[in-house]
Design a protein around this ligand. Structure first.
Ligand code: NYM
Ligand code: MG
Length: 213
């Protein structure tokens, strides 16, 4: 009905950054949020795991190798940490705010698989999450990432595991994902992502938000 369309409120987009460790996701997600805000687009930055919540504090200790967790339990805690964010994500999107999130469900599956868990079992934990409108997949060779500052400080930051995680990301990758060469300059990468993001934000405004099945 024309009245409904006239009154329809544009929603925000769910923009996700994925990739192995030290590929530039944090730098690029922060830069994108700054740029979108400067250009007058309501945007909120998020990150999973959020290390500040109760589940996040546990995850932080696990990542720093201070505690061990059974692998299914670890995976469920990462998933719980994401689930905690879902009400806020949904509410921001429906109020018209774009959400840029540094890691989301694909990280859950790729790192879960690296811990030896079946992909199907890991994916199941994410059923019901809002579907991303855009997945930016930053790719960098495991060797190049290993030379970056801070590499090796946390669990999973070993070349062999990172290669395995990269392989799972490649398997999970859908046609709609934007693959970005993480070896390019920070500004080059940012310009590419800024363009794609603005296009997606425009296209998603009146599109129904998907749900992961
Ligand atoms: N990680 C992240 C997982 O193992 N499972 C998950 O579900 C998610 C979202 O935690 N090495 C891993 C990936 C990273 C680490 O992320 C924390 P970051 O972005 O490096 O702080
Ligand atoms: Mg990291």
């Amino acid at each position: 009905m024309s009245v409904a369309i006239a009154n329809a409120k544009p929603r925000g987009s769910l923009i996700v950054f994925e990739g192995c460790d030290r590929t530039g996701k944090t730098t690029q997600s922060e830069k994108l949020v700054d740029r979108l805000k400067q250009d007058g687009i309501e945007t909120q930055l998020m990150k999973t795991p959020d290390r500040k919540s109760e589940t996040g504090k546990l995850i932080d200790r696990f990542l720093h190798n201070e505690i061990e967790l059974e692998k299914h339990a670890a995976q469920l805690i990462f998933a719980a940490n994401r689930w905690e964010k879902i009400p806020e994500i949904k509410s921001l999107l429906s109020s018209g705010t774009t959400v840029v999130i540094d890691r989301y469900v694909a990280s859950g599956v790729a790192y879960g698989a690296a811990m030896g868990l079946p992909v199907k079992w890991c994916s199941q934990n994410n059923v019901g999450h809002p579907e991303p409108d855009l997945v930016v997949y930053l790719k960098l060779s495991a060797e190049a990432a290993s030379k970056r500052k801070g590499y090796g400080e946390e669990r999973f930051e070993k070349e062999k595991i990172q290669q395995q995680i990269a392989n799972t990301f490649d398997d999970l990758k859908e046609d709609s994902w934007k693959i970005i060469d993480g070896d390019k300059s920070v500004e080059d990468i940012h310009a590419q992502i800024d363009n794609i993001a603005k296009q997606v934000i425009e296209e998603s405004k009146f599109k129904e938000l998907g749900t992961l099945e």
